[in-house]
Design a protein around this ligand. Structure first.
Ligand code: DGJ
Length: 733
């Protein structure tokens, strides 16, 4: 399915519903070349594209100017040092100091299904809905085997790529760069789109014209970061939400990354993605293997919307796993913004009782329940209950919460240690740090060296003990500082370049183990808000805390950027207190509810301090979540108007896959007295089905709603919202 090899032309053809990808093998040398990626074409023989307008060079090795050739040829996995002056994907160093490598085709395999990537998060598929091509290349002088892997999925315009590198020689080889994917393409005068941000302002869309030289993004934080998300797209300069070509890459990884575009002097465009080479150096002894993380390629010829739909469908079907993959997530109440560290059983139960009465399903106990943690300066690593705050421990609290008819969840930050903790006093070497320097603190904490097996064992024993101590159905796994002064006491000096990646493998191993032992647990990843909102984390947790900015209007932009790539069902979204703890803005309770409805719905405020009117709104908000939550979780998302762009109002919709219901969320950020009422044009309806609008009661065909549009309801005031539902009429199609 979707992959074949044209023996005569020596061309691999990967086809998805709307895209084609062509890979060639040069006759003379056996280089693996990139021939074409774009709108679907029936042809396999696209070899003429190899030369892209410049004169066909003489055969490599038989000409006086080999460099003319290697610096232009579009490659699938470029290597360094032999005259391709663009960014390489593979860079090595041998014991003798050589830094050159070159790959030649050896063999290939096409199979149904998709092999697992050992120790790494990755997309998955069955033999029925996915197939994989593995091209085996070799550097004969190094005896290095490099296997390029490509998987396609039924019905999706996506290709998953990764690389396996095997040292089959006798000498040690150091990988100084091992990226996951490369796209060598002609320059189409594209724009570059990335998701830039900062704490409490994550994933803002940043679009700019592509120009000469290198431009891109990356993270050296040891986590995917607030600053840049591991996503990059090239799009037509004129592309919009609904039209134009988009080529996107997203990295299934949660650590350091690089995503870079380079336009060379010959106007060849190279787009690469992988683990950031800075701080990376991996030693491959004889017979050892290095597996890169996976990069997802998505092609859309229907603008950003097409790209978004592919990412959402791919991640919902082929990345998110576990008990909650296809299940509604419980509405929750989290005590963080209600109490911060200042709570006791009585206070928590008073919030929980109000929550239970209103119909909220899950109570989450956030930071501050363990050790002697009354602020953020202490106790990480000492995961024993603070009995002064919670007499009877988690068990008693969990029992009381369950007696109210709610589920119970807790916050953990297992990757960290406070210098003021018993764990650190006993094992200072468990923290990542250079012992010759002063420890570098952030939020008064250090990062545990999860590259070490003994540290992972110790951490896992604590996680296991906590989760076994009471009935705990949900974990919020937090991570509140980036990595710095990175050095492991357990690795020799020449292997310190492995620590960042080994750390990530350690985090993944811990989460995998926890989910294996507690398969019904609902895991929500979090990192100082949305610092680790990436596909790597989605493999373990179906939902991720989107941002510490819980203010509804700022959230419009944050959720818009996040939903460009990640399913709505993955975004933790809570109704928070007013004035907002992040920016002091005052917004109506109803609007906060509406904005949170678009994600994993919850509350994060002291319910006992709400007015009766606000408390009275909660059952209605929960009813909306239960009625329409499945459509947000499983349906198609459309961006109908963007507050980021127009500065006035925001409209999005989710349409059920069977096209029977469209839920439209409209937020009027600033009311405008003088201008005409904006009209929005819903998308994704069935043209001939009749739909009734719950807001106006009017009935129109899908075509009528989509092409004639809906004038937005007039509302007097700022920060107001409306839920508009178009419901298909029974038997009127
Ligand atoms: C950062 C998270 O993003 C918050 O939601 C909260 O859990 C705090 N950490 C607790 O320290």
């Amino acid at each position: 399915m979707g992959i074949c090899f044209d023996e005569k032309e020596k061309i691999f053809c990967l086809d998805t519903p709307h895209s084609s990808y062509r890979i060639g093998i040069t006759d003379e040398e056996g280089f693996i070349t990139h021939l074409y990626y774009g709108r679907r074409v029936p042809d396999s023989n696209v070899k003429q594209l190899l030369w892209r307008g410049f004169e066909h060079p003489a055969v490599y090795g038989k000409t006086g100017d080999q460099l003319q050739y290697v610096t232009r040829i579009p490659l699938e996995y470029p290597t360094g040092g032999l005259g391709d002056f663009r960014m390489p994907c593979l860079a090595i160093e041998t014991e003798s100091g050589s830094r050159t490598s070159q790959l030649y085709y050896r063999t290939h395999r096409i199979c149904s299904g998709k092999p697992k990537l050992c120790g790494l998060p990755a997309t998955f598929g069955t033999e029925q809905d996915c197939s994989t091509l593995e091209i085996e290349c070799v550097d004969t002088s190094l005896q290095l085997t490099v296997i390029l892997s490509y998987s396609v999925f039924e019905g999706l315009d996506a290709i998953a790529r990764s690389v396996r590198i095997e040292n089959n020689g006798t000498q040690r080889i150091r990988l100084t760069s091992a990226l996951s994917a490369c796209l060598d393409m002609p320059n189409k005068n594209s724009d570059l789109l990335t998701l830039h941000g900062s704490w409490a302002y994550e994933r803002m869309q940043c679009r700019r014209p592509l120009t000469w030289g290198k431009q891109g993004i990356g993270s050296r934080y040891g986590v995917s970061s607030h600053e840049e998300n591991p996503f990059i797209a090239l799009m037509d300069h004129t592309a919009t939400q609904t039209q134009g070509e988009v080529y996107a890459m997203n990295f299934v990884y949660s650590g350091n990354f690089l995503a870079e575009a380079e336009m060379s002097q010959q106007e060849q465009l190279r787009l690469v993605m992988g683990i950031h080479p800075d701080g990376f150096c991996w030693t491959l002894d004889s017979c050892e293997v290095f597996q890169t993380p996976e990069t997802i390629l998505v092609y859309s010829c229907s603008g950003l919307s097409g790209m978004t739909h592919t990412f959402h469908d791919l991640y919902r079907k082929h990345l998110i796993r576990g008990a909650f993959k296809d299940r509604p997530r419980p509405s929750l109440i989290n005590n963080w913004e209600a109490t911060y560290f200042d709570f006791d059983t009585e206070k928590l139960l008073s919030i929980a009782k109000t929550a239970a009465k209103s119909g909220i399903e899950l109570f989450v106990l956030d930071d501050g329940w363990f050790g002697k943690r009354d602020d953020d300066t202490t106790s990480l690593g000492d995961w024993t209950v603070n009995e002064t705050k919670l007499p009877g421990g988690l068990k008693r609290l969990s029992d009381e919460i369950h007696a109210l008819g709610m589920k119970f969840g807790i916050w953990l930050e297992p990757e960290m240690v406070s210098p003021d903790s018993d764990l650190y006093r006993a094992h200072p070497d468990y923290a990542l740090q250079n012992p010759e320097r002063e420890p570098i603190l952030s939020r008064t904490q250090l990062v545990l060296d999860l590259s070490r097996k003994d540290v992972r064992e110790c951490v896992y024993a604590m996680i296991h003990a906590v989760l076994s101590s009471a009935k705990i159905e949900y974990v919020k796994w937090d991570m509140n500082r980036p990595l710095a002064n990175v050095q492991s006491a357990a690795l020799p000096s020449d292997r310190q370049g492995e620590v960042y990646h080994r750390y990530m493998l350690g985090v993944y191993e811990l989460q995998e183990r926890m989910l294996t032992d507690f398969p019904d647990l609902l895991l929500e990843n979090c990192s100082s808000g949305g610092r680790r909102f990436d596909p790597g984390m989605l493999y373990y947790s179906p939902q991720i805390w989107t941002s510490d900015n819980t203010e509804a209007i700022d959230r419009l932009k944050i959720q818009e950027g996040t939903a460009l790539v990640y399913p709505l069902s993955s975004m933790g979204a809570h109704v928070a207190a007013c004035p907002s703890h992040t920016n002091s803005r005052v917004t109506p309770f109803a609007t906060r509810g509406l904005v949170s409805l678009c994600g994993c719905f919850g509350y994060e405020l002291d319910l006992t301090k709400l007015t009766d009117a606000e408390i009275g709104e909660i059952p209605g908000q929960l009813e909306a979540y239960h009625t329409y939550g499945d459509i947000f979780r499983t349906g198609d998302y459309y961006r109908l108007a963007s507050f980021s762009e127009n500065g006035e109002y925001d409209v999005l919709s989710a349409v059920s896959k069977n096209k029977r219901t469209a839920v439209i969320v409209y937020v009027q950020v600033l009311s405008q007295q003088k201008r005409a009422v904006p009209v929005i044009y819903p998308q994704g309806l069935d043209e001939t089905t009749m739909y009734r609008c719950t807001e106006s009661g009017e009935i129109l065909s899908g075509a009528g709603w989509m092409y004639a549009g809906i004038p937005l309801p007039v509302m007097k005031g700022d920060y107001l919202g409306k839920l508009i539902v178009l419901e298909a009429m029974e038997d009127q199609k």
